[in-house]
Design a protein around this ligand. Sequence first.
Ligand SMILES: Nc1ncnc2c1ncn2[C@@H]1O[C@H](COP(=O)(O)OP(=O)(O)OP(=O)(O)O)[C@@H](O)[C@H]1O
Ligand SMILES: [Mg+2]
Length: 235
Amino acid sequence: MLQLENVDVCYGSFKALTDISMTVDTGELVVLLGANGAGKTTLFNAISGLVKPAGGDIRFEDKHLNGMKPSAVVSSGVVQCAEGRKLFPQMSVQQNLMMGAYVHRRDREGNKKRLNEVLELFPILEDKANQPAGSLSGGQQQMVAIGRAMMSRPRLLMLDEPSLGLAPLVVRQMFETIRQINSLGTTVLLAEQNAFAALKIADRAYVMENGRLVMEGDREAMLGNEEVRKAYIGA
Ligand SMILES: Nc1ncnc2c1ncn2[C@@H]1O[C@H](COP(=O)(O)OP(=O)(O)OP(=O)(O)O)[C@@H](O)[C@H]1O
Ligand SMILES: [Mg+2]
């Protein structure tokens, strides 16, 4: 579904990504592990069209995404849920969710149906629909951010550190919902530092260090890998 070949990204003279080749197959839940500054967000932004690769190729199904505008990338079915949520705090929860439906704004019936599906995933948001998004707890705000991305009807959903700053119990529920989104038919690429929780729901994972992919494997191999355990999971 998604294929990156030898992708490089530079910020001025600093090379943030070097020679990234990876794939995500239809229906998979793939995790991208990496410490602070490894390049996870840069990779997502390159796929989303927010930064322009210096080299290489990014393909989604039959389309080349490199050089596409971010709005065209969303229209083609690739939607990023940004690190740090980036909500509109003064606007209501429902208004935030509907922002994600902008790309389908002519299909009002479809958006209504989709909104109901999103509220089924996150029932608490129905009670909070008219409250300002900024008044919600961190976990609820992350639900709004994922819900807004789901309103764009992604076929590939990219989640950038959704567990950041959340309490352990909330993190567990968040990963359970991500697994559910995937099993309902949305392909997921998930960037995380919370390696154990992410690997538990993953089909496959890549590990990134200093802008390079250094390891790849399926869930069992990664959970059993000594290096991965030492670096990301603990004893
Ligand atoms: N706009 C920018 N200009 C210059 N350097 C940048 C820019 N954005 C990121 N970088 C640098 O690129 C490298 C990769 O950053 P990136 O944000 O992609 O990492 P990350 O894996 O998402 O980290 P985190 O887990 O902290 O979110 C870092 O060294 C960072 O300082
Ligand atoms: Mg990041």
